[in-house]
Design a protein around this ligand. Sequence first.
Ligand SMILES: Nc1ncnc2c1ncn2[C@@H]1O[C@H](COP(=O)(O)OP(=O)(O)OP(=O)(O)O)[C@@H](O)[C@H]1O
Ligand SMILES: [Mg+2]
Length: 376
Amino acid sequence: MSIHKEQVKSALAHVIHPEFNKDLITLGLIQDLITQDKFVSFTLELPEKNDQLAERLKKECAEAIRKYVDAEAVLDVTIGINISKQRELGNSGQQEPQQQTRQEPVLGGVKNVIAVASGKGGVGKSTVAANLAVALAQTGAKVGLLDTDIYGPSVPTMFGVTERPNITTQKKLVPIKKHGVHLVSMGFLVDTDQAMIWRGPMVTSAVKQFMQEVEWGELDYMILDLPPGTGDIQLTIVQTVPLTGAVIVSTPQTVALDDARKGVAMFNKVNVPVLGIIENMAYFVPDDMPEKKYYIFGKHGARKLAQKLEVPFLGEIPLREIIRETSDSGTPIVAADPASPSSIGLKEIANRIQQSLAIRISELDQTEKVEIKIRP
Ligand SMILES: Nc1ncnc2c1ncn2[C@@H]1O[C@H](COP(=O)(O)OP(=O)(O)OP(=O)(O)O)[C@@H](O)[C@H]1O
Ligand SMILES: [Mg+2]
C-alpha cells in the first residue's frame, strides 16, 4: 500500500517540539512533504540551528512514521533553518499555534479569504467566482467578492452593476450588494483603458487598498477573483492578501491543465492550501438535447490532474449557453435559476469548498511570505 501525505501528517502530529511544547504539524515545521509508494520526503524546518535537537526530532519523526503509518517506510528528511519561524513562534514557547489564528478573522471582520485562480485565461474563473459567491450567500453566509482583475474586471457585468459605490465619512468604500453578495471591483472605480498601462506595483497597491480601505464588515467568506496567469502580479497579490485557501479552475484540455498545474505550484510556493480543482466546461450540453454530453475539450482532464497532484477534485461544470447568458446579463445562474442542474452542481461545489476549508483549517498553518531558507 502506498503511503499518503495525510497519514504522514497524522503521524507527525505525535512528535512534540520540546521548546514550544506543541507538535510539528501545529507549529508548521513540516514543509515540502512528498510521498510515493513507501518513500516519504520532507523538510523539517527549525527556527534556529541546533544539531542535537534536529537529530532528536528527525529520529522521533522516523519512529512515528514507522509506528503509525508503515514499518517499512523509507525516509528522506532534510533539516532546514527558517529564521522567520523564530519571529513567528518566539522563543518563549508561550505563543498559540498559528492554526488557531485561522478561526479568528484574518482581516478585520473577514473569517476566510479564498482565491479563485487559474493558470490560463478565459477558463471561467470569474464565472465560477461569481456563482460560488452567490451559492455561499444562499447558505446564509455573509459573502464578499473582490474582483482583482484590473485589466479585465468581470464583476460589473456579471452582477449588472452600473452605479458607483458610496464612500463613508471615514473615507472607506462601501461594497455594492447584489444577489446577496458584497461586491467590490476594480471596474467600479478605474477606467479599464487607463488601467491597461498600470504596472505590477500599482496593481498590488490597489489590491491592498481594496482589502483595507473597504467597509467589508463581518464576512464569513471573501472570494477573490484573480487575474489569469501565474506571473509576478498574481504572486504578489497572493502574498499581499492573507489567504485561507485557493481554488483552481481549469478546462479539461492539455494546454489549460499545464497552466493549472503552475497555479497549484504557485500556491504551494507561498504556502496557501489548495482547496481543490474545479473542471469548468467539462462537457457541452446543447439546450435542445439536454440529455447529451459532448466532451469537446477531452474527458476528465482536470479530475485526473487533481488525483495526480493529490488535491481534492471539487466537481465539474458543463459548458452551457444559459451559463454564459446569465453571466452576460448580470445575474449569475445560481441566482437566476437556482433549481437548474448547473446551479445544483455549483452549489455542491460550494459545499465541498466549505468542507475542504474546515479540514484544512484544522491541519494547515497560516500563509507565509516566501522566505529564503538557509540550509546547513
Ligand atoms: N460553463 C460555462 N458555460 C458557458 N459559458 C461559460 C462557462 N464558463 C464560462 N463561460 C463563459 O466564458 C467566458 C469566459 O469566462 P470568464 O470570464 O469567467 O473566464 P475567466 O477565466 O475569468 O477569464 P479571464 O482569464 O479573462 O479573467 C465568459 O463569456 C463566460 O460567460
Ligand atoms: Mg476573469
